[in-house]
Design a protein. Structure first.
Length: 183
């Protein structure tokens, strides 16, 4: 039985040629479909993954390069930072390039091709969340420093340590800021 779109032919060489064309077209079609499948996800970024997880409202775990781990819900994603509401009733602002891995609990995979939810960057997000009097922990690599927030400047955060000393934290080198709002 022949395909209704193809003319019937008694010529065996023409029939062979038509069969080859059909095989070639089928192969090209499979190849194009495989190429599309392989390209899906090529535009994925960690900020895109975090943005999509925020939309889903999923509990996520962050594993930082320093080894610190955090669990919470993604609230905002900027071009270079993510804001999490932590399970410990604290807030976290982390640089995306300081994140080693992001985990979800048995949720389906996300494409990770979304744009950040805000244009605000790390320093702006940290400054917007922190209020004077909040307890702040600033971490850079394995070094951490905690104290009561005095003020946030363009690239520096001033903390009052427990012993009364003032500490000036350079935000350009800070990987993450966690804070517990004041009482």
């Amino acid at each position: 039985m022949t395909d209704a779109t193809e003319p019937e032919t008694d010529d065996p060489s023409l029939a062979r040629w038509l069969a080859e064309v059909r095989v070639d077209e089928a192969a090209r079609s499979r190849s194009a479909a495989a190429d599309l499948r392989s390209r899906r996800g090529e535009g994925a970024t960690l900020s895109g993954v975090l943005t999509e997880l925020a939309v889903r409202g999923e509990l996520v775990g962050l594993v930082m390069r320093s080894g610190r781990q955090h669990r919470g819900h993604v609230r905002l994603v900027g071009p270079d930072a993510v804001v999490l509401a932590l399970e410990t009733r604290q807030w976290l602002v982390a640089r995306i390039d300081a994140i080693a891995a992001t985990r979800t609990v048995q949720g389906p995979a996300v494409a990770g091709e979304s744009e950040p939810s805000t244009p605000s960057r790390f320093v702006r997000l940290a400054a917007a969340l922190a209020e004077p009097g909040d307890w702040v922990l600033a971490a850079s690599g394995t070094a951490t420093l905690g104290g009561s927030l005095v003020q946030v400047g363009a690239d520096v955060m001033v903390l009052r340590l427990d012993n009364g000393d003032a500490a000036y934290v350079g935000l350009a080198s800070t990987d993450e800021i966690s804070l517990r709002p004041g009482a």
